[in-house]
Design a protein around this ligand. Structure first.
Ligand SMILES: Nc1ncnc2c1ncn2[C@@H]1O[C@H](COP(=O)(O)OP(=O)(O)OP(=O)(O)O)[C@@H](O)[C@H]1O
Length: 269
């Protein structure tokens, strides 16, 4: 379980995250939603070690991980993906996956002279693992394509695949559905559910598409203006008046309740 204890992140006088305490239960899929500028990405960045918090603590499984750099969190199995997928565009899809695990034997110049068979075995192991990941994500047909030629949605699947090359425990996904077509979004959603059910991944998902959140998440945390506004099952959250007001303003709330969840899926004004 990952717990934020009264986390603050200030940029000058601006309180982007303003006293957030929340729990992300192990082995569950938790949604993090809120209007634009609510502080979701900033909180992700604090948890994933990209920003030190101004104050407060983050723990994982009882261990204090506050302010640890991303590579140390990566080694502990905590990974964050980005709104814009980052791939090595001139390398093949397969090579992008094989790049992920750090400290490969072949990375040291000395070992390239002294341990050639060890390097070959390591490469074979990585290749087999990458092939498994491609099959899991239904990307095998793209294995030799240059990653830069993939569609936005395929790049997001590849990013999910990169988390599978290491023993991830907790994965933070930032707007994995943004700009992705419905078919690929379903593939991404299915992969998340399978990783959760079959491999025990813990997920925390920032997403504006409420249908996607409702399909995937066990519970949803709502942030607004740097604070936690509400927490509950997706069905409760889409009917929570405070949440609707935070997204759209009081005057529109009756229309939202009548229209159902998809309206919350629209990017807030
Ligand atoms: N590095 C920064 N310096 C100054 N202000 C920042 C910085 N990063 C974020 N902010 C501000 O903090 C607030 C919260 O931004 P954040 O990106 O965390 O919101 P968000 O909930 O993820 O929004 P969105 O859904 O639009 O991605 C915004 O007002 C943003 O302008």
């Amino acid at each position: 379980m990952i717990i934020c204890h009264d986390v603050h992140k200030h940029f000058g006088g601006f309180h982007a995250v303003d006293g957030v305490s929340l729990e992300i239960p192990a082995g569950k899929i938790t949604g993090l939603i809120g209007p634009n500028g609510a502080g979701k990405s900033t909180l992700f960045n604090v948890i994933a070690g990209l920003y030190p918090p101004t104050s407060g603590r983050v723990t994982m499984g009882g261990e204090d991980i506050t302010g640890l750099p991303p590579h140390e969190l990566f080694a502990k199995g905590l990974l964050r993906t980005f709104q814009i997928a980052r791939e090595f565009s001139s390398m093949s899809v397969l090579e992008n996956l094989m790049m992920v695990p750090g400290n490969q034997i072949g990375e040291s110049l000395w070992s390239t002279w002294t341990n050639r068979s060890g390097i070959a075995r390591e490469e074979e192991r990585l290749r087999a693992k990458a092939e498994d990941v491609l099959e899991f994500l239904t990307l095998t047909h793209l294995r030799d394509e240059r990653a830069g030629t993939m569609s936005g949605g395929q790049k997001k699947l590849l990013e999910l695949g990169r988390t599978m090359m290491v023993d991830a425990r907790a994965v933070f996904l930032d707007e994995v559905g943004a700009g992705v077509n419905r078919t690929l979004l379903k593939t991404i959603g299915d992969a998340i559910v399978r990783l959760n059910k079959e491999r025990g991944y813990t997920f925390c998902v920032v997403e504006h598409d409420m249908d996607f959140i409702a399909r995937l998440c066990d519970s949803v945390i709502v942030m607004a203006e740097g604070k936690v506004l509400a927490r509950g099952a997706p069905a409760e959250i889409i009917r929570n008046e405070q949440v609707i007001e935070a997204y759209l303003g009081t005057g529109l709330k009756n229309r939202v309740v009548a229209a159902g969840p998809a309206v919350l899926g629209a990017t807030a004004p």
